[in-house]
Design a protein around this ligand. Structure first.
Ligand SMILES: Cc1cc2nc3c(=O)[nH]c(=O)nc-3n(C[C@H](O)[C@H](O)[C@H](O)COP(=O)(O)OP(=O)(O)OC[C@H]3O[C@@H](n4cnc5c(N)ncnc54)[C@H](O)[C@@H]3O)c2cc1C
Ligand SMILES: *[C@@H]1O[C@H](CO)[C@@H](O)[C@H](O)[C@H]1NC(C)=O
Ligand SMILES: *[C@@H]1O[C@H](CO)[C@@H](O)[C@H](O)[C@H]1NC(C)=O
Ligand SMILES: *[C@@H]1O[C@H](CO)[C@@H](O)[C@H](O)[C@H]1NC(C)=O
Ligand SMILES: CC(=O)N[C@H]1CO[C@H](CO)[C@@H](O)[C@@H]1O
Length: 650
């Protein structure tokens, strides 16, 4: 078996619930620790609601200690914890410092049997213990469906970073099922106590820890070999608060308190039901209170109403020392700032987020789609003339709250397609939208660009959203993207504008797809400062470049494609936008200066200081996360950083 690969089917992971040599003293006699005498390890907290009702307290631990539960010190709160010095690696199964089966079983028992031993989602298609023909058929049919992956504890929607192992499609052609860069275990959390137990366990044993919510991450942040994963997707409560009131905020309107696992579609349905709007992503399955808000959170209302972090009132979080705190404008203010834009899986485990609502609003816009090539609708010159005519007007549109999702893709016949699906403006009527676009439409008519424009106008955001933002297609292992926020400045200088426009055309001709958003993060008057990259506020276009490659390409050629994405396409975008940045949630894991690009230089210095204060152990690691430059992943094959090796302190 090649080095670095661990066979899943011959795994040395224990089957949980089997033996248990951990003991406890009950009534003076030493007995096996089990669900009856130690579980679940939690205190019921008076007045607390939802998952916070059950917390791990020092008195719960003291009780376990007084009963002499073996290994109980591995659940101690900070400052206790393993410290990694230069060259040390977090353990893998089989290493002497990997917890024994009994130790894992103790975590399982204390969490109330919430520990899951990883079975890769594709295992149902491979001969062996987990083979299940019916489930395999379903998995193959639904592979591109984000819901399939979001309901699985370890599956990720961008399998590249976990090594694309155990792909169900390869079972029939001699593939093998390995655990790859997936976590070894997950805790399926439904209480704060379970999160605290997992955090303390990982910090004291030194096991790699990660947070996994829906698995959308584009940079491999929600996966990692040899890790204990805290799976937050089942924290799904949505509480509507009619009149918010808190000594920490002047907000008195309505709000939603969201469990960490709530997805966009669930939140938007609740908002619609209560007759309000709320800032969220466009994609239905993204986890609102997880990586989305941690990275800033953008969506169709952003050009008018800012980023999701601008609307956050408070966050509940289990910090790396295992304590459970609330962060808001007046309490734990450093965390409140860092958790809004400073990146997921870095400062702790957020268990819930409270966000302000926005009023119900009208939406107007249009969609169009056109192609060039042998079977296309227009000539290539006309295609580009029409698109660049639109791009040139971007600053004026974002100022009016415009949000456009535009995608240029190569077509199978060698041509290109362009779809605007959709271009929409909140708080705007269709008449106003037609006014705003009149000069562009006149220009298109003059140049002979006679495309069908499908207009729409809805009474509320929800109706526009349900019509125009279907589920995305995910699960492609041979695809990678990179991005850049392009500021207004690039439109103000005519030479720079020409360079920007012609570069984007060149990248598309060189094989890149282009997702070009007309968006900016509008400043929100009363929003507290956040750790998001400042250039968001001056942005006019968000450009995502990237490509798929032939899945059968040899590794060296895969590297050539991936290096082109980072070192040619994105490098050009970087040089066109010096000192700028990008959206950390939809960015390039190989960005050579991610600290500046994803957070902004000044923010990054402050984020690093906060990170060292709250996590001196380096318990939380995420690729491109704050202080991730202190760590390295071993056994990496190829150019792109994956999470399939050991995590070692540099
Ligand atoms: C198809 C698709 C569409 C998208 N559309 C949008 C969009 O419209 N707008 C937008 O802004 N972004 C969008 N994104 C990007 C998205 O915001 C990020 O991928 C985000 O990280 C997803 O967060 P998650 O919690 O759902 O995913 P996960 O992959 O589970 O987690 C992402 C990161 O957040 C961390 N994390 C998750 N939960 C917690 C928690 N409770 N506490 C601490 N850390 C946590 C994880 O450790 C990881 O680092 C899209 C992504 C995809 C794949
Ligand atoms: C996870 O826990 C929830 C309860 O919070 C339960 O309904 C669900 O079945 C569990 N999932 C798995 C895979 O164990
Ligand atoms: C425009 O729409 C009409 C009617 O729906 C259709 O017949 C025509 O092919 C469309 N033209 C283009 C360029 O898409
Ligand atoms: C893209 O450009 C590179 C050179 O930078 C070249 O090797 C490659 O063939 C080009 N690809 C296409 C599709 O034009
Ligand atoms: C990680 C750890 O502390 N493991 C210990 C748990 O307890 C057993 C005895 O019950 C020890 O052998 C382990 O070393």
């Amino acid at each position: 078996m090649p080095r670095g690969k661990r066979s899943f089917l011959l795994t040395c992971l224990v089957t949980l619930g089997s033996t248990n040599a951990q003991t406890i003293e009950v009534g003076g006699s030493v007995v096996a620790a089990n669900s009856d005498n130690v579980s679940p390890a939690q205190a019921s907290i008076a007045g607390a609601v939802g998952p916070a009702q059950y917390q791990l307290t020092q008195s719960v631990l003291d009780d376990l200690k007084s009963k002499k539960l073996s290994n109980s010190s591995i659940f101690d709160f900070g400052p206790s914890g393993k410290v990694y010095s230069s060259g040390m690696c977090k353990p893998a199964p089989g290493d002497t410092d990997w917890p024994t089966a009994d130790t894992w079983e103790t975590l399982n028992v204390l969490t109330g049997n919430a520990l899951l031993s990883t079975v890769p989602i594709g295992a149902a298609c491979y001969q062996g213990e987990h083979y299940n023909a019916e489930r395999c058929t379903e998995i193959l049919d639904r592979w591109s469906d984000p819901h399939l992956h979001a309901e699985d504890p370890t599956s990720v929607m961008n399998p590249l970073y976990q090594g694309a192992t155990c792909m169900p499609q390869n079972a029939a052609t001699g593939g093998s099922c390995e655990i790859g860069g997936s976590a070894s275990y997950s805790v399926n959390v439904s209480t704060v106590a379970q999160v605290q137990l997992a955090v303390n366990f990982a910090r004291n044993t030194g096991v790699r820890l990660l947070v996994h919510n829906t698995g959308h991450d584009y940079l491999g942040k929600s996966t990692g070999a040899n890790a204990l994963s805290i799976w937050t997707r089942n924290l799904r409560t949505i509480d509507f608060i009619e009149k918010y009131s808190s000594p920490s905020s002047s907000w008195t309107g309505s709000a939603f308190k969201l469990g960490a696992g709530v997805q966009v579609w669930e939140l938007l349905a609740a908002a619609h039901e209560h007759g309000v709007s709320v800032l969220s992503g466009e994609c239905p399955t993204v986890g609102v209170a997880g990586g989305y808000i941690a990275g800033g959170g953008m969506g169709p209302l952003s050009s008018k109403h800012g980023l999701a972090v601008d609307h956050v009132l408070s966050l509940d979080v289990v910090t790396p020392d295992g304590t459970f705190v609330t962060a808001d404008e007046k309490t734990n203010t450093n965390l409140f700032w860092a958790l809004r834009g400073g990146g997921g899986g870095t400062f702790g485990v957020v268990t819930s987020v409270t966000v302000r609502t926005l009023p119900k609003m009208k939406v107007a816009g249009l969609t169009l789609s056109i192609s060039i090539g042998p079977n296309g609708d227009v000539s290539e010159d006309l295609f580009w003339e029409a698109i660049t005519g639109w791009w040139r007007r971007f600053p004026k549109y974002v100022e009016q709250g415009s949000y456009a999702y535009s995608i240029i893709l190569p077509t199978p016949d060698g041509g290109l397609s362009w779809a605007l699906t959709p271009w929409m403006v909140p708080d705007m009527t269709l008449d106003q939208f037609k006014d705003m676009t009149a000069d562009l439409r006149a220009e298109w008519e003059r140049i002979g660009f006679n495309v069908n424009l499908s207009y729409f106008e809805t009474e509320n955001f929800y109706d526009a959203w349900t019509t125009h933002f279907p589920d995305d297609t995910v699960g492609v292992p041979n695809l990678r993207t990179a991005s850049r926020l392009i500021p207004r400045e690039n439109w103000e200088n005519p030479t720079l504008l020409e360079d920007t426009v012609s570069f984007i055309q060149r990248a598309v001709r060189n094989g890149s797809s282009l997702i070009g958003y007309n968006i900016r993060a509008a400043p929100v008057a009363d929003a507290p400062p956040s750790a998001t990259v400042p250039i968001w506020r001056d942005t006019t276009m968000f450009a995502i470049v990237g490509t798929m490659w032939d899945a059968t390409l040899p590794d060296l050629e895969v590297d050539i494609v991936n290096e082109r994405i980072t070192k040619e396409w994105t490098a050009s975008l970087r040089s066109l936008t010096p000192g700028g940045g990008t959206y950390s949630n939809e960015a390039d894991v190989m960005d050579p200066d991610f600290q500046q690009a994803f957070y902004g230089y000044d923010n990054y210095q402050r984020l690093r200081t906060i990170k060292h204060e709250v996590d001196p152990w380096g318990l939380f690691y995420a690729p491109t996360g704050v202080a991730s430059e202190d760590w390295t992943v071993t056994d990496q094959a190829g150019y792109v950083l994956k999470q399939t090796g050991k995590l070692c302190r540099k």
